[in-house]
Design a protein around this ligand. Structure first.
Ligand SMILES: Nc1ncnc2c1ncn2[C@@H]1O[C@H](COP(=O)(O)OP(=O)(O)O)[C@@H](O)[C@H]1O
Ligand SMILES: [Mg+2]
Length: 343
């Protein structure tokens, strides 16, 4: 649905985008995450050519926008909805009038505008707020108005630039829930720009990580979460699933070691994802390989309705038995990392 090919973008001598290639499939929620200044807003503004790239092609719905003359580009932009962090509502217009604006600009007949605005306000749950002004509604409600306005011209693509960054966690959840509902109901393709992994975790199907104007990693969310490769990805995930072991845990492991100098022991980090987590894998491991396992730290969460998590386990037993257990775990799809070897 959206293809970006070799996009570069610069502000004077500063290169904000350095060769971006992306392919967003129809009907998916594609997350783009990065730190402040990474180039996210520059990238999202490139998709609808609010920023024209210095080089590269932008193709949306099979049409190369970078090759269109201005008049056709204006029409093509109507197929791309946009929502913002600070909502960008007109304070002098009511909720209903804000939603009506893009329809007025597109020259839609007044009767049709009224009907479409009613539909949109129902969709975002704001039918009873239609005559209020932006100053009289909450942040979450303002973003619902922003979403209704963005959908007014029935776009094929919705771009969201930090749309939940100004909202509290609970309101964020409800806005993301609404976006997901719209995605499922209308098959709308959504590009979700954020600096929060929590947002990616809640709704994205795939994610790309942007760092200093480059995509450094991308893939299905559950895969990127369980096997992050790039340091930036790891540190962003760290915010929701801490990867480093707290000192208290390490102290407990040292205590477990005292008085057992002869024994081999390893501290392993197990990262797992998907339905395989229903099996009594750890019991199997202990029984079959004759080792001891203590869980010293862990976190289990859910991504896209699938369990995923990370456990630190302290394994004790002969080295070759621990190695066999590790191989067994890997064979079952668990990502195993040796955190520390003691023995
Ligand atoms: N209009 C501009 N003029 C000059 N530099 C800009 C402009 N917009 C963004 N930048 C710079 O480009 C880089 C990427 O910015 P931006 O795309 O806004 O990042 P993000 O949205 O990820 O925070 C930053 O270093 C920023 O300072
Ligand atoms: Mg930005």
């Amino acid at each position: 649905m959206i293809q970006l090919q070799g996009i570069t973008q610069a502000y004077g001598a500063h290169e904000a985008l350095r060769g971006i290639d992306l392919d967003v499939a129809p009907g998916e929620i594609f997350g783009i995450i990065g730190r402040s200044g990474a180039g996210k807003s520059s990238l999202v503004r490139t998709i609808n050519l609010l920023n024209r790239p210095k080089a590269g092609k932008v193709i949306v719905g099979g049409r190369e926008l970078t090759a269109l003359p201005e008049a056709q580009l204006r029409a093509a932009r109507r197929e791309i909805g946009l929502i913002f962090q600070h909502f960008n509502l007109l304070s002098s217009r009511t909720v209903a009038q804000n939603v009506a604006l893009p329809l007025e600009l597109a020259g839609v007949a007044p009767a049709e505008i009224r009907q479409r605005v009613d539909e949109l306000l129902d969709l975002v749950g704001l039918a009873d707020m239609r005559d209020r002004y932006p100053a009289q509604i909450s942040g979450g409600q303002k973003q619902r108005v922003g979403i209704a306005r963005a959908l007014a011209n029935r776009p094929k693509v919705l771009l969201s630039d930090e749309a939940t960054s100004a909202l509290d966690p609970e309101t964020t959840r409800s806005i993301l829930g609404l976006l997901k509902q719209i995605n499922r109901e209308f098959g709308l393709t959504i590009v979700l720009i954020t600096h929060q992994m929590q947002v990616i975790k809640q709704v994205a199907d795939r994610v790309a990580v942007i760092d200093a104007g480059r995509i450094v990693e991308q893939g299905r969310v559950i895969e990127v979460f369980t096997r992050p490769r790039h340091a930036t990805t790891r540190s962003l995930i760290e915010e929701i699933v801490p990867q480093a072991l707290p000192e208290s845990v390490l102290a407990r492991i040292r205590a477990l070691m005292t008085g057992r100098p002869a024994q081999e022991a390893q501290l392993l980090r197990l990262a797992f994802a998907g339905s395989g987590t229903d099996r009594p894998l750890l019991s199997d491991i202990v029984r079959q390989h004759g080792i001891d396992l203590s869980i010293v730290h862990g976190q289990v969460d859910e991504v896209q309705g699938q369990p995923f998590g990370s456990l630190a386990v302290f394994a004790r037993g002969a080295r070759e038995r621990i190695d066999a257990a590790t191989a067994h775990l890997r064979g079952a799809g668990v990502h195993v990392e040796e955190v520390a070897h003691v023995g």
